[in-house]
Ligand binder design. Structure first.
Ligand SMILES: Nc1ncnc2c1ncn2[C@@H]1O[C@H](COP(=O)(O)OP(=O)(O)OP(=O)(O)O)[C@@H](O)[C@H]1O
Length: 231
């Protein structure tokens, strides 16, 4: 279980997140939704320890990690796929994947072959530089790099931004498989409704830094969509 209680965050004097209370059960699939600039990425960065919070708590499996920094997160089993992918463009695909092998939690000495079962194209491109891959290939690499950590929770920030439809489908299928076969918790920031509905079972809707609605994805009504998601 990942739980936030009254989480507040500020950039300097400007408050971005207000009293975020969220409970994400182990093995669930949750989508965090909202228009541009409402604070979705900021919330993920707080969960990852990339940003300090100004008050409140973050509990992961009962342990308060509010003050634990980013280096601790992989060790407690969280993999992160950031917005914009953040591939090391000068490193090869293989080197990008091997970066995750240095993590303490990791017991494997080599890249687990299953990441190539999920994303076969990466095997063909092992010696290519990250910067030479297409956007869709880079996104597969970003997810695979997080999977090399052997996480029990995968956090993804808009994984489909600028990605062609067949890769979007592949990512959807991989996320559903990881959740089903490994009971991996999936936390997804997503603006595209069909993808959110296909992957998530729970949603949290954010507006101006506050959770304004949450529940089962089937309860994400047209009224909520029109009020908080339509541009
Ligand atoms: N480093 C920063 N310093 C100051 N303000 C910031 C910083 N990063 C983000 N913000 C502001 O915080 C607010 C929330 O941004 P955030 O990126 O979390 O939103 P978002 O919902 O993820 O948006 P998007 O869908 O566009 O990625 C925005 O008003 C943004 O301008």
């Amino acid at each position: 279980m990942i739980e936030t209680t009254n989480l507040n965050q500020k950039y300097g004097g400007s408050q971005i997140l207000w009293d975020i209370n969220m409970q994400i059960s182990t093995g669930s699939r949750t989508c965090i939704m909202g228009r541009n600039g409402v604070g979705k990425t900021t919330l993920l960065k707080c969960l990852m320890g990339l940003l300090p919070i100004s008050s409140g708590d973050i509990l992961i499996e009962g342990t308060n990690v509010s003050k634990a920094n980013i280096e601790k997160r992989p060790n407690i089993g969280i993999g992160y796929v950031p917005q914009g992918r953040h591939i090391f463009s000068q490193l090869t695909v293989e080197e990008n994947l091997k970066v995750s092998l240095n993590c303490k939690r990791q017991t494997a000495k080599s890249i687990p072959t299953e990441v190539f079962d999920y994303f076969p194209v990466l095997k063909e491109m092992l010696t290519r530089r990250g910067g030479d891959l297409s956007g869709g290939q880079q996104q597969q690499l970003a997810i695979a790099r997080a999977l090399v950590l052997n996480p029990n929770t995968l956090i993804l920030d808009e994984p489909n931004e600028g990605i062609q439809p067949n890769i979007v489908q592949l990512i959807r299928d991989v996320l559903l498989t990881l959740n089903k076969e490994k009971n991996m918790t999936i936390i997804l920031v997503e603006q595209k409704l069909p993808f959110a509905r296909a992957v998530a079972e729970q949603f949290n809707l954010i507006e101006r830094g506050r959770i304004v609605s949450s529940g089962h994805i089937d309860d994400l009504s047209d009224e909520l969509v029109n009020k908080y998601l339509s541009v």
